[in-house]
Design a binder for this molecule. Structure first.
Ligand code: GSH
Length: 271
């Protein structure tokens, strides 16, 4: 099957790390260019909603390695948001607080403490260590490294990648139950909100949690190719096949993803 998108189709104008380091303002190192990585799309989405422009930056350095990324940001994952000469922000929660500071409106962190505590708790279940995204990544690594058809070089790559994110057979086997519990919790939350007349996870307005769910839902069922022209190989890998996880990702949760993308995020997804 041909790739739906290849590097030559990429529309975003990526600066190199070397050039970006000399620029002022907001630069975001985005990671894999043809894949809707959920942390990357969440970060893009938050700055999009707040209408804060940024310079997209390629994560691989001039020599193709992550040496320059590590020199600048002291770690090797993406996305990383860098504002002027402040410290690079490489976690979702720091990126959200930066966005909120640079553009307080529309607010994506609720003001009321009950709502705020609930929102960060739920967001951590989606984006944080051992949350939905991390757990799903463990299952993707597991199916790749245990597939006898995976070429040796690719297996070695995924095992090295897995070592960064806590992969082991046991961790991967425990992951689906964790994902299911998180999906059910989010689904119940949406039902309770709907009963109160709200279309959002928290209170009666958009919060970062709606954006996190919308962008992380790609790990169950990517948006259709017209709306998300991602690399075909990754579409297959991102598409969840575990029937128990699929049934926990309720029609209501997927409809919420569609609603948030349609009303607030960029479509088609920009690569
Ligand atoms: N550090 C981020 C998570 C970002 C993350 O996990 N990024 C992964 C996406 S798969 C990444 O950049 N992987 C590429 C790599 O580690 O080489 C956070 O905690 O918010």
């Amino acid at each position: 099957m041909p790739e739906k998108i290849s590097l030559s189709d990429v529309k975003l104008k990526y600066a190199s790390i070397a050039d970006a380091r000399r620029m002022p303002g907001l630069r975001i190192i985005l990671g894999a260019m043809t894949v809707p990585g959920p942390w990357r799309e969440a970060c893009k989405g938050i700055f999009h909603v707040k209408k804060v422009p940024f310079v997209p930056v390629a994560s691989a350095g001039q020599d193709g390695s992550d040496r320059e990324l590590i020199e600048w940001t002291a770690q090797s994952s993406a996305p990383v948001a860098i504002w002027n000469d402040e410290r690079p922000r490489s976690t979702w929660i720091e990126q959200l607080y930066l966005a909120e500071r640079l553009a307080p409106n529309p607010p994506l962190i609720p003001d009321a403490i009950e709502e705020r505590a609930l929102m960060f708790g739920c967001a951590n279940e989606i984006c944080g260590e051992r949350g939905f995204g991390w757990s799903r990544r463990l299952t993707m690594i597991h199916s790749t490294v245990t597939n006898p058809k995976t070429p040796e070089a690719q297996r070695a790559f995924w095992l090295k990648f897995g070592a960064k994110y806590g992969y082991s057979t046991e961790a991967a086997e425990a992951a689906p139950a964790r994902m299911i519990a998180i999906l059910r919790f989010l689904d119940e939350r949406l039902s309770a909100q709907k009963a109160k007349g709200s279309r959002f996870f928290i209170g009666d307005r958009l919060s970062a949690l709606d954006i996190y769910w919308a962008t992380f839902a790609t790990l169950v069922k990517p948006l259709e190719p017209e709306l998300c022209p991602m690399a075909t190989g990754f579409r297959e890998m991102y598409t969840e096949r575990n029937p128990d996880v699929l049934s926990a990702a309720s029609p209501q949760l997927l409809a919420h993803r569609d609603f948030i993308y349609r009303e607030y995020l960029e479509l088609p997804v920009v690569f």
